[in-house]
Design a protein around this ligand. Sequence first.
Ligand SMILES: Nc1ncnc2c1ncn2[C@@H]1O[C@H](COP(=O)(O)OP(=O)(O)O)[C@@H](O)[C@H]1O
Ligand SMILES: [Mg+2]
Length: 174
Amino acid sequence: MTAIPAGPTIMAPPVAVWETTSAEATRAIGQLLGEACAGGETIALIGPLGAGKTCLVRGLAAGLGAPAEAVTSPTFVLIHEYAGRVPLYHVDLYRLDARDAVNGLGLEEYVDSAGVTVIEWADRAPAVLPGDHLRVAIEHLGGDRRRVTLHPQGARPAALAAQVAARHPGTGGA
Ligand SMILES: Nc1ncnc2c1ncn2[C@@H]1O[C@H](COP(=O)(O)OP(=O)(O)O)[C@@H](O)[C@H]1O
Ligand SMILES: [Mg+2]
């Protein structure tokens, strides 16, 4: 008999999966996501360096009516704020030197605000994520190919993800 280990988290199934072959295509997914956001959303971006997380945030900014070309990876500051239809808070935890350091950032304030908070390397601070959030995973498939998967956690993120998926049918998922 095989024991099935109980995991600490039950992941929602993905609602949409795309394979993109250019930065523009990944950015377009971000833009649809931005257009679908009403404010108050938290988006957790997961994926290795060079996956296209910042690229997706540029699209998100465009979809929120914020200056997309201004979006860069925060280097010394961990949070950038852009003015759009609703504020966009762009957090990048790549340079977080210690996991404890996240406690001093006041991220909860952004997450609880009426803006859209997008967090690169969100897996480095899982405790900061609210129960409802949209997890976006970007995987490298070699060359310019990437797999972008939406994993909504909670009812509102599920509705958001479904809206994006309806406008841009993915290549898999439920
Ligand atoms: N399909 C793709 N999607 C996103 N970026 C891509 C893709 N193909 C190539 N790229 C390139 O990969 C890099 C992604 O960089 P960036 O968005 O800064 O990654 P991250 O923020 O995940 O470290 C960019 O140079 C971009 O042009
Ligand atoms: Mg980045």
